[in-house]
Design a protein around this ligand. Structure first.
Ligand SMILES: [Zn+2]
Length: 475
């Protein structure tokens, strides 16, 4: 029997505005929206009082790495723990990266990812495909995944030579294929060949602390790779191109220029690049900075200059739409035994940190401090990621017919982030002590309450695989 739930008294927020409305959920989908008072005669099995709360479409985090193999270990969240933590934070959809390692058949990599996720997810999920080796078979596989597997985005790396790296010729060929079949190319834009030289030189000089991870990956090399990728995409026929985890002003300037020239170029950033810095976190005393080793690295506090930092530019990019999405690049490794693999050599520290639980809260701080509008918060964290990756209007919006993925957000409550209270499987928090204005109060995933009253009510296996269409930003 289908359950009906009526959410009353709240303010429904979407990219176009915030409106007092009641929301009727019937089974797994949204059935109707009512002006205040208009739902008086509606009967429901459950009524949720949302007075004083924002009612927002569940968050869509398009960049996670559950169980990613990296540097001889695996990301510490699996699909069960990671999706549960996501739900706690108001994220009801993730798109994770299936991995084709060099020498591996693309379809085998995808099958392995299905095996990891199937039956384990608390929320709905989709996959992108990491292409670790672009060859004739892999290019054919791109067509197959788009046509038959609901996987419509492919990630390439200009970084990590010998691991995930693709050279410019491989990138061009994959882009040409994407121009043909409508897929979106996702790019990790850092010049990995140059970075490996700088890193080896630093280690040879005895500069082995975590901060050298950042100092050997200068922002100029993210800007250079970003430019190169936009040119390759142009040559390949205006290929749809999406830059992941943008961290630097130089890179953002390249995206702005390409967009102004009318190209299909998009970018995301992540909360860590909006708030954290090379000096304050990565440069923490001793080995502590390993907690914040990720690529691209946290950027210097006062660059490009004191009056306009990388962080300032990224917030501006979010306002102007040069940055369309905020994702997390959730790729957690425990400090003990995992980050510690890099004791005495920063190049051996597993890259990544855990944020999947905190994205909605951290971006909402932009609203609380006047950097971002309420509507833009929802747009960058839910609506645009759904549209960018072919999930709209099933996801990313509160309207009749859409999945009832709904978050009740209390702007008056406050929380403090801590490893003692988070739900991710990590023994530290990259955000320890961060005070959050606002709080995720209630979360529904396809009509089921998964978080309410400070407790988790969901279950592993509720989450379904999402076959995605093509990016809806491209016609
Ligand atoms: Zn990533």
């Amino acid at each position: 029997m289908k359950m009906k739930t009526l959410i009353t008294g709240g303010t429904v927020v979407g990219p176009l505005g915030a409106t007092p409305q009641d929301v009727l959920v019937d089974g797994e989908t949204i059935a109707a929206l009512y002006a205040p008072g208009a739902a008086a005669g509606v009967t429901a099995d459950t009524v949720i009082d949302a007075t004083g709360k924002y009612v927002v479409p569940g968050g869509v985090d398009v960049h996670t790495h559950m169980k990613l193999p990296f540097g001889g270990t695996f990301a510490s969240d699996d699909f069960a723990s990671g999706t549960k933590a996501a739900a706690w934070g108001g994220t009801t959809t993730i798109i994770d990266f299936a991995v084709q390692r060099t020498g591996e058949v693309v379809q085998d990599g995808l099958a392995a990812w299905h095996a990891l996720a199937d039956g384990n997810c608390a929320i709905d999920y989709g996959f992108h495909m990491i292409m670790g080796g672009v060859d004739d078979d892999a290019l054919k596989a791109m067509d197959y995944l788009v046509a038959h597997e609901g996987v419509t985005s492919f990630k390439l790396f200009m970084a990590y030579p010998g691991v995930f790296y693709s050279d410019d010729g491989q990138i061009l060929r994959a882009m040409q294929k994407a121009t043909d079949n409508g897929a979106l190319i996702m790019m990790h834009a850092e010049n990995g060949i140059a970075i490996d030289v700088l890193a080896a030189q630093a280690v040879a000089r005895g500069q082995t602390d975590p901060i050298y991870h950042g100092l050997t990956r200068p922002s100029a090399l993210e800007g250079e790779a970003t430019h190169r990728a936009t040119v390759l995409a142009q040559v390949a026929g205006n290929t749809p191109l999406y830059f992941v985890h943008m961290s630097a002003s130089e890179a953002l300037a390249q995206v702005s220029a390409a967009r102004s020239a009318g190209r299909n170029v998009f970018a995301e950033t992540c909360p860590q690049y909006l708030y954290l810095t090379l000096e304050d976190q990565l440069g923490a005393p001793g080995f502590e900075g390993a907690k914040w080793v990720a690529s691209p690295p946290l950027r210097p506090r006062d660059e490009p200059n004191r009056d306009r930092t990388h962080r300032d530019d990224l917030w501006r990019g979010l306002r102007t739409d040069d940055l369309a999405v905020v994702s997390t690049d959730h790729c957690p490794f425990c400090f003990k035994d995992q980050k510690e693999l890099g004791l005495g050599d920063f190049t051996k520290i597993p890259n990544g940190m855990g944020t999947v639980e905190h994205r909605m809260d951290l971006v909402y701080q932009g609203v609380a401090t006047g950097k971002l509008s309420l509507e833009r918060w929802v747009e960058t964290c839910s609506t645009t990621p759904a549209r960018m990756f072919g999930l709209y209007p099933k996801k990313g919006v509160i309207q009749p017919g859409s999945d009832a993925d709904i978050v009740l957000y209390d702007p008056r409550a406050t929380t403090t982030i801590s490893a003692a209270t988070h739900h991710m499987n990590i023994d530290y928090s990259a955000w320890e002590g961060f005070e959050i204005a606002g709080k995720v109060e209630t979360v529904l995933s396809r009509g089921s309450v998964v978080v309410a009253d400070g407790a988790f009510h969901g279950r592993s296996g509720h989450g379904q695989f999402l076959r995605r269409g093509l990016s809806q930003y491209l016609r």
